[in-house]
Write a protein that binds this ligand. Sequence first.
Ligand SMILES: Cc1ncc(COP(=O)(O)O)c(C=O)c1O
Length: 391
Amino acid sequence: MQKNLQIGQQIINSIHNVIGVKDCSLHEPVFDGNEWHYMKECLDSTYVSSVGKFVGQFEQSLVDLTGAKYAIALVNGTAAIHLALILADVAEGDEVLAPTFTFVATANAISYLKATPHFVDNNEDTLGVDPKKLYEYLNKFTKQKDGKCINLKTNKIIKAIIPTHVFGHPCKIDEIVDIARKFNILVIEDAAESIGSYYKNKHTGTFGLMGTLSFNGNKTITTGGGGAILTNNKEIAKKAKHLSTTAKLDHKWDYLHDEIGFNYRLPNINAALGCAQLEQLPKLLKSKRLLFKKYEDKISLIKGVSLFKEPKECKSNYWLQTLLLDFQNKNNRDEILSLTNENGLMTRPAWILMHRLKQFNNNPRMNLSCSESIADRLINIPSSSNLIGKN
Ligand SMILES: Cc1ncc(COP(=O)(O)O)c(C=O)c1O
């Protein structure tokens, strides 16, 4: 048997051993709390769209969980990033720093504003933006002019940075915030994947000027489709709510809109689901941590591959369990992916790196060698919280 098949087979055996079922998906939602009850209540009330009690309740629960002063519930995580960029005053011609190793939503949202995604590298300690590399790059290739950070190569303003907490693992967000402050760059944290994850005991998404969340069906908790902006800034929160509700002014019966707005508010029916899901979060997080521990026991016995563990000083939600192949095994990734999928276990590679997508391959960037190396060696394995208990 070839070496890669040996590793592939060992991975399959380990996963089967842990989860006790032959077939399973990468991540599926679990609805065993008040989901049916709140959804019925919502339907009975007839308030399924933009008005209803669940939106405010969901936002308050997000505030209670994260410690952010304000949470604004929106239709999805991409809309949250788009709106956050507008609120950060990003405009046509600006550059926004974003990891190449993240989901395409970030680069898309920047592009909606005719701004340019400028790609930065992540590191293997956290899977997130590498603060050291970021500092050295900004030091060498930017200058300060009138309180703005200017890219020396393009002469454009670098307005913001959007670091992602990849697969739920917090990046070194305090260092990134410090560097960004030094260079006059605003921070929008993409916490789409990291609800329930903490860096130095503070919830992810609460370090920057704004944080964004996603409640897509594949996330730790879901509202069907949904997202949110977190912020401590009262003015930003007020404007986020206004712009996401078509910039409509309060009036008993008239349609007064004072600027161009968006229909980005989360509907009440989605918020009802979200309220029930948030109640389940502690239980889901416990199961996901237990799943990690069970996988760790097995995967640590296989040579040539490791299971990614939460970084130091972090508490991760372990949204997606992640294998990293050793360098000498990197050419075997696709065969391992094929073998596991053929055997009924849904596994996935990481995203195609943003600078490798044709629409972004001429964008400004730093050296991205670490992200390239991680992406070439990474495999996500079945991660649903309900896998605990099936064995
Ligand atoms: C890192 C990251 N950013 C942004 C998003 C966008 O969220 P949504 O799918 O809710 O638009 C997602 C998830 O899908 C994501 O994983």
